[in-house]
Design a protein around this ligand. Structure first.
Ligand code: SAM
Length: 294
């Protein structure tokens, strides 16, 4: 599984304990025992990530950002929180749209790269190091201090998400928007395997591309590489869609926007036949949600 289109499924993935189920009911979605490891791995991989991602890749340009722009609909002067900002690639895009951006990430090295890349032409952006699940965020900014919040491709990297939604319900103004994009939990996770099948039908060779899904309901930690060649595999946290949305609904949000994003059939092919790209134009690797605070 990668964000770069080349799926790295090597279950090498790490330490041999890549799949840790957290209960047959599918209700338990928190893995706090991995919080420290998340931070360590992202710090360790930060330079590789920054060099590879730069200001964005195909996943960002074609799948995430158009949906984010549509759902977030940022207006100049609005205050926007960029949660788990990484090297700040979305923070700068928001800043250039005229938003007043506060961006943070749990990994201090990622924030260092974000600061390094950001110039005054990117607009009004301040960065800090913080855990999205730490309630001290509220003391830092105050209740109802943001018009909207974004988290691009990060909720599956977070060991917990429930405290984040509770924090956001207080940090956002009434009516405030939270947009988050994710690898699609149905089609782009440890138990979904892309395939290419060739058959001869009535004398013609027919090629079919698809994704075989063997698991979905049980929240699971597994390890993988977001980017091909990334130094350390990182913990990922698979949660089914109902679990994620129910956390948001319980915290006082409603769902009022959703986009599922696939590469168009005209997109240039990836390095491998089974890379995310034009061969999978019917299968969305990314999903983007828009929640609104009541
Ligand atoms: C896949 S990167 C995405 C970065 C950025 N949003 C982007 O679009 O490039 C995921 C980021 O989530 C951060 N992260 C993971 N858990 C976090 C947490 N609990 N609080 C804040 N950031 C977290 C990681 O450090 C990493 O920078």
């Amino acid at each position: 599984m990668t964000h770069a289109g080349e799926r790295s499924k090597e279950p090498a993935l790490s330490d041999g304990s890549e799949r840790v189920a957290s209960g047959p009911t599918g209700e338990e979605i928190a893995f706090p025992e991995f919080s420290q490891e998340v931070k360590q791995v992202w710090n360790h991989n930060s330079s590789y990530w920054d060099g590879y991602m730069g200001e964005g890749n195909d996943f960002v340009e074609v799948l995430c950002w158009p949906a984010i722009q549509k759902l977030l609909n940022v207006q100049p002067g609005q205050s926007v929180l960029d949660i788990a900002c990484g090297n700040g690639l979305t923070s700068r895009r928001l800043g250039r749209l005229g938003a007043r951006v506060v961006a943070f990430d749990v990994a201090e090295e990622m924030v260092r790269f974000a600061q390094k890349r950001t110039t005054s032409s990117d607009g009004d952006i301040s960065y800090l190091v913080h855990d999205a699940n730490d309630a001290r965020l509220i003391g830092l900014f105050g209740e109802a201090s943001f018009d909207s919040a974004l988290s691009n491709m990060a909720l599956f990297d977070m060991a917990e998400i429930e405290p984040l939604f509770r924090n956001l319900a207080r940090l956002l103004k009434p009516g405030g928007i939270f947009v988050f994009s994710m690898m699609h939990p149905c089609f782009n996770q440890a138990h979904s395997v892309p395939y290419c099948e060739r058959a001869e039908i009535e004398g013609e060779e027919v090629t079919t591309f698809g994704v075989r899904v063997s698991g979905y309901m049980t929240p699971t930690m597994f390890k993988g590489r977001a980017l091909a060649g990334q130094p350390l595999p990182q913990p990922y946290f698979h949660r089914p869609i109902h679990s994620i949305l129910n956390v948001g609904l319980r915290a006082g949000f409603v769902l009022n926007g959703i986009e599922e994003r696939a590469f168009p059939p005209t997109h240039p092919p990836g390095r491998r036949e089974v890379s995310w790209g034009p061969n999978f134009s019917e299968i969305p690797p990314v999903i983007v949600f828009r929640l609104q605070r009541l």
